[in-house]
Design a protein around this ligand. Structure first.
Ligand code: N01
Length: 548
């Protein structure tokens, strides 16, 4: 057999996935709702391809100890079905990962979504065929699918960032990345555990692991602000009140800057006398949660205002942590509060008062290697049985660039985004017709309560496809000039805030060595962004090129 006959023979053996109107990649919050909209509202043939073994997206993979959502359960949920929100009852103020998976499993069953989802199927390549106006998608197993529309629902935080520390392969113990956590419980009893990373994940996991492990060593590169979550059960009365008020709650979330249904103060932190300011911060600290950011309207736009919040939290850290040297190490000094995504916690700072917990400052003494026995920093060796990487993600662009996406004339997304992501509205990339990116870079996404951003994108895409079909149009592509204008606007929006001041922020791609430093999400606000998207549609999809 010559090479070409061999290739043909091999191709003939590959299972054929088939041709659909639309392919959706991912079966988390975004993929499930996109399937429902396209299949049940537009009557399209749709196949969802999902790498995991079940629905859940980020919650399928993130099962680390302490993993729960930082948005409150009653609004970290779909709003599209009143029956759904009336029949589902959350048990805690912040839902734990297993409960969110049960919720998404319920949604999949209730709307009969599973029959159109193919699990354990990782997409490797997607190539646009201009002649046929089709996307050809190939999975890692070699299965091939085609569709007119390709919609990525791959999440913003799904490509695990495992730092390349020399010697990891020689480590004799076990190691895990929090975003690839095993399905069975990891038993820390009697173990010496090292945890690298103090973002939202490390801050959630630290107190839980410390309770079980013989010893926990936390390796901190950047000290972080954190607000108490104040988690607890949701009472029957609270649930009843929430369910009775759902229409208003959802409306408020959609009309907000960040998809959270609560008011942001109208006052500047600098407008109130110091004593009253302190009282307001104390009340917000007691109430807990991400809402702390709403204590004053200008915490993310005015450095002097922000200083008052940053100083308040620093004082809290110093008052909680008994050892003044450890307290100082835990006190963030290099970025203003909330310029990195602020974590919320249950007993994080308190955990450093335990005798079985050590904090290591790896900025002062960097990790040089992992040995067979543990972690070696410049100054010391830490013998360990388990290493936990809470080192975050190649955020936003990582999950998209993990797929070899080729647009018109063979141009690759990797090439188009070599200097950072460039998209129009975070929804489409010039040169990649009929490809939609749900919560893509350039959209509010990670700066919001995600389900709100997801529902807005899914509904916009669905309406766009509906109108195209009604008008006999088969191709939509972002105009390059419109995309460039949008990229400039995304930069301006970020620069109008303090967000770019955090040098180590994953919003900027700073956590991944070699990644271009570009502020990726749109900081212009959720409600404002949704209005802009609506106006674009009303003006006949201004900035997009549509053709039959
Ligand atoms: O990741 P992170 P995360 N050597 O990137 C450190 C969402 N989330 O998984 O800051 C040593 O924030 C890194 O240090 P530095 C939420 O949006 C949501 O914690 O780069 N350390 C940092 O301390 C969140 O923001 C929920 O200097 C290294 C940490 O690892 C996002 O996910 C729950 C390192 C990574 O922090 C990401 O959070 C949890 C290295 N080579 C998370 N590389 C919800 O509630 C990185 N670090 C929905």
């Amino acid at each position: 057999m010559n090479a070409s006959t061999q290739t043909k023979a091999r191709d003939a053996m590959k299972p054929e996935g088939g041709e659909f109107d639309a392919l959706v990649i991912g079966a988390g919050f975004a993929g499930l709702y996109q399937l429902l909209c396209l299949r049940d509202r537009l009557g399209l043939s749709v196949r969802v391809l999902e790498a995991g073994g079940d629905v859940g997206g980020t919650w399928y993979w993130n099962r680390y100890p302490g993993a729960r959502c930082d948005s409150e359960s009653y609004y970290y949920s779909y709003s599209f079905s009143d029956e759904l929100q009336q029949e589902w009852s959350w048990s805690e103020r912040y839902p734990e990962h297993g409960e969110i998976r049960r919720y998404l499993g319920h949604v999949a069953d209730r709307f009969d979504l599973r029959r159109d989802i193919q699990f354990n199927t990782r997409v490797a390549r997607a190539a646009y065929d201009e002649g046929a106006n089709l996307w050809h998608v190939t999975t890692e197993a070699g299965e091939r699918f085609s569709a007119r529309f390709l919609i990525t629902a791959v999440g913003c935080l799904s490509a695990a960032n495992i730092p390349r520390i020399p010697g990891l392969e020689s480590f004799r113990g076990r190691w895990y990345h929090t975003g690839r956590w095993p399905h069975e419980d990891v038993d820390f009893t009697g173990q010496r555990v090292g945890l690298i990373g103090t973002g939202s994940t490390g801050i959630q996991a630290t107190p839980v692991i410390a309770e079980q492990a013989a010893h926990l060593t936390v390796f901190q590169r950047t000290a972080n602000y954190s607000i108490p979550a104040r988690n607890g059960p949701v009472s029957a009365e609270e649930l009843k009140a929430i369910k009775a008020d759902y229409a208003a709650i959802r409306e408020k979330a959609r009309a907000s800057i960040n998809g959270h249904p609560f008011d942001i103060s109208e006052h500047s932190a600098l407008d109130v006398p110091p004593e009253e300011r302190l009282n307001r911060y104390e009340a917000a600290w007691e109430r807990g949660g991400l809402r702390f950011r709403a204590t004053f309207r200008d915490l993310l736009t005015n450095k002097d205002a922000n200083d008052t919040a940053s100083d308040f939290i620093r004082a809290k850290i110093r008052s909680i942590v008994k050892d003044p040297v450890v307290a100082e190490m835990l006190t963030p000094k290099d970025h203003p509060f909330a310029t990195k995504r602020p974590p919320i916690d249950t007993n994080y700072f308190e955990t450093f008062n335990r005798s079985n917990v050590t904090l290591v400052d790896i900025k002062a003494s960097p990790i040089v290697k992992i040995t067979s026995n543990g972690i070696r920093t410049q100054d010391a060796e830490y013998p360990l049985d388990i290493i936990v990487f809470a080192t975050g993600f190649d955020a936003m662009t990582g999950p998209l660039l993990a797929i070899d996406i080729q647009g018109r004339e063979g141009q690759r997304l990797k090439g188009s985004w070599a200097a950072g992501p460039r998209s129009y509205l975070g929804l489409q990339v010039a040169g990649f017709p009929n490809l939609f990116t749900i919560t893509g870079p350039g959209s509010p996404s990670v700066l919001t309560n995600m389900p709100v951003a997801i529902e807005q994108h899914v509904e916009w895409i669905t309406e766009c496809i509906r109108r195209m079909r009604a008008q006999g149009l088969t191709r939509i592509e972002a105009d390059p000039a419109a995309a460039e204008r949008w990229v400039a606007h995304v930069n301006d929006a970020a620069n109008a805030t303090l967000l770019p001041m955090a040098n180590s922020s994953w919003y900027l791609g700073a956590n991944v060595p070699g990644k271009p430093r570009v502020f990726m999400p749109y900081a212009g606000g959720m409600a404002n962004y949704a209005r802009l998207c609506r106006e674009v549609a009303e003006k006949g999809y201004e900035g997009f090129r549509l053709s039959p």
